[in-house]
Design a protein around this ligand. Sequence first.
Ligand code: ADP
Length: 402
Amino acid sequence: MDQIGSGLARISYFCRINLVYKLNNNDVKIGILGGGQLGRMLQEQGLEYGIDLYFMDGDPKASCAIFNNYKLGSFKSKEDIIAFGRDKNIVTIEIEHINTEALEDLDRAKVEIVPSVASIKMIKNKAFQKTFYLENNIPTSEFLIVETDKLDEKEVLSWFPLVQKSQTEGYDGKGVVVINDVNDIHKQLRVPSIIEKKVEIKKELAITIAIESNGNVKLFPICEMVFNPELNLVDYVIAPALISVEIEKKVKKIALQLAKCLKTKGIFSIELFLDQNDKVLVNEIAPRAHNSAHYTIEGTNISQFEAQLRILLDLPLPEIHLISPSGMLNLIGEENYQGKPEYKNIEKLADVGQAHIHLYGKRETKPGRKMGHITVLNTDRNKLIEELNYLKTHINVVSNEK
Ligand code: ADP
């Protein structure tokens, strides 16, 4: 008993040393590549921990441009990333489409890169990602890697209906096309791509995993995603997902398996398909905080952003649980409006008991642009959906600079 007791004391003693080093060191400098809404919400957590983060982004009007430590630079440029990162203790990302050669150089120069450069390199290319799943026995839809910028009609004949995805640079459904049959072949993307069998999707699910410095893994609740079919964007997210215990077990098993194979600390979001035969397939992963877990700011005992910050600081995480069934509604720029945003009918928020708004401070709305989100908490799932639909039909992002 005594031995166990003293062992635990020793472990927590080491944690404290670490904590003093990273959190109480005024010089700890954490750099974020990307200055959009994810960085902004991470900085909100930073304020609670008394930490000013450093940002680099190419957009002078980005969500993080209001912060003192905001630097203009391209995350495609090796020189810009190195110039930004070399005086930081830790560098992390808000977007995976970045120059990873620069990250390798920083890593060699003893700047801590979170998550590992290897995991970012694997995820930023969908062909590498799918190969990673195959090699690690992670269930995913069947795929074929196409290195040319034209599909071979004969080769893809047996794949219809198929989904073609550009290997790199895709996001929010851009770089993804569905090709149902040969008549659709003109829709093909003219870039190196992967093609996948089109899955008969019953539900789209997501789970965020937090991998701590000591390798412990904490799982966020499984949520389900409802899509806007026109924009291919998530319209709202509901947690918990309405799935059987069996499916929940399958998803968690895959999440833990992935955490083990990734071999790095960090926050990862896993998007999955549940097909008509109740098979669970990994669609893709993101090496960072993600839209599908924004509900965790109010919906769970620790948010994805706080978990991310704690991981960066080597601070431990509690077990994660839902505080209440939650729904997250994206506020997306309406079609036909571009310019200074106007949040129409925003006062309707007051009609919903537990609605929390997060506007990203973007100075310009564009069709399909993510401008903010609203999280709603309600113990009654049906009422929760009603409230989400109410807010979705009333609140719109437009502009009077039509
Ligand atoms: P992005 O990286 O742009 O988010 P995704 O790979 O997540 O792209 O694809 C966007 C959406 O397209 C998915 O959420 C899903 O609705 C649909 N989709 C993608 N792959 C498939 C597939 N193999 N079968 C059926 N639908 C798919």
